[in-house]
Write a protein that binds this ligand. Structure first.
Ligand code: NAD
Ligand code: UD1
Length: 338
């Protein structure tokens, strides 16, 4: 059993990871500034797990607040989720992203160093690969960042790897996630995008609830089997479990690793629409539109390293992803036939 601080623990992936850690007997402390999460998440976590999680409302850029949190709640490791994550916004406001993501991570690492906390699991992204030459992607493929968001992820990875190489950190895992979707099957926690969702699954759910008229399929002329973009979607509960196993791996091994987290299965936009309609019984009207600027055609990850190192493998399939995304979104929309 370990004591773990989750920065960004009230967010989408952090809250699911809090549940996964609690289920495995770990003690979780959440540090979040609630910039992109709901204040009732800790109550929801209590409802779901029967455990109450101490919550520190603080910004990771505030070293003193982070140090005080780590002094008040001695922890064995940090799982670092807190970041801004919107590609478009990162291009519109680069300094905000450098400040929140990179300066924020430096401040957090300073606080960890001050409290002699030397193990970290870091939320990176498969976006660091850009458009790979081939899929499945292995961790030694070249990185080709295509956005400021992606660059901040790569800088943070390098920062953590350098601290491990120089002995400042004992153990570190840079986890490169593919596209997380879904929600806890209880529909007590899930993703709560504000405004018009950018990502495919939340947008599709809102078409199915009737909140949006149709789905724009961004391009059907890619070099993919049906011409639409191919991605590796991962259920957030699988992703959360991977964090618990990565943490346990780092507690037992003084190493720094960079590991893909994906299913290894490429799914096109139309595949996902079809799976969603079949699983939920809801129609998703769509229109083929021009390509979205900045999109890559296709990628999916090789998850072999995660299995070898952490003993982790995705257990949930695309039908589970569609069902749980829908249950959550339908509940949020007040639809009671689910
Ligand atoms: P999220 O926005 O739901 O969660 C992030 C949490 O961090 C939020 O609760 C937010 O309030 C908090 N936060 C943001 N800035 C903070 C700060 N300066 N100080 C304290 N708290 C702060 O995002 P998520 O989808 O759960 O993503 C978690 C991590 O995973 C991020 O680092 C993201 O870049 C990475 N990631 C996400 C995806 C994805 O598609 N969701 C894919 C790859 C990587
Ligand atoms: C985006 C981010 C990536 C982030 C990921 C999180 C970009 C360029 N990349 O990835 O950094 O890690 O979200 O999940 O923003 N699509 C439609 N219609 C829609 C929305 C999407 O056809 O309304 C298509 C896209 O063209 C793409 C696929 O669906 O082919 C997935 O899109 P999305 O969910 O936005 O994820 P990514 O673009 O892969």
């Amino acid at each position: 059993m370990a004591n773990v601080l989750l920065t960004g623990g009230a967010g989408y992936i952090g809250s699911h990871t809090a549940v996964a850690l609690a289920e495995r007997g770990h003690q979780v402390v959440i540090l979040d500034n609630f910039r992109n999460s709901q204040r009732d998440v800790p109550d929801r976590l209590l409802r779901l797990t029967g455990k109450s999680f101490p919550v520190i409302e603080a910004d990771i850029r505030d070293t003193a607040a982070c140090s005080a949190a780590l002094a008040a709640h001695p922890v064995d490791a940090v799982i670092h989720f807190a970041a801004l994550k919107a590609v478009g916004e990162s291009e519109a406001d680069p300094l905000l992203y450098y400040d929140m993501n990179i300066i924020g991570t430096i401040r957090l690492l300073e606080a960890m160093q001050a409290q002699n906390i030397r193990r970290i699991v870091f939320s990176s992204s498969a976006t660091v690969y850009g458009q790979p030459d081939t899929s499945p992607i292995l961790e030694n493929f070249p990185t080709r960042v295509q956005s400021i968001y992606g660059r901040t992820k790569l800088v943070m990875e390098n920062l953590i790897t350098d601290l491990a190489r120089t002995g400042k950190l004992l153990a570190a895992a840079n986890l490169r996630y593919v596209n997380p979707v879904g929600a806890h099957p209880s529909a007590v926690i899930g993703e709560t995008p504000t405004g018009v969702p950018n990502n495919l699954m939340p947008f599709m759910c809102q078409v199915a609830t009737g909140q949006r008229e149709f789905l724009s399929v961004f391009g059907n002329d890619y070099n993919t089997p049906d011409g639409t973009g191919v991605r590796d979607y991962i259920h957030v509960v699988d992703l959360a479990n991977a964090h618990a196993l990565a943490l346990e791996y780092l507690l037992a091994n003084d190493v720094a690793v960079t590991v893909n987290l994906g299913t290894g299965i490429g799914i096109s936009v139309l595949d996902l629409v079809n799976a969603f309609e079949k699983t939920t019984g809801r129609a998703v009207p769509y229109k083929i539109m021009p390509r979205r600027p900045g999109d890559v055609a296709s990628y999916f990850a090789n998850p072999g390293a995660a299995e070898k190192l952490f003993g982790w493998k995705a257990a949930l399939n695309v039908d589970d992803m569609c069902r749980d995304s829908w249950t959550w979104e339908a509940k949020r929309a007040g639809i009671n036939d689910v």
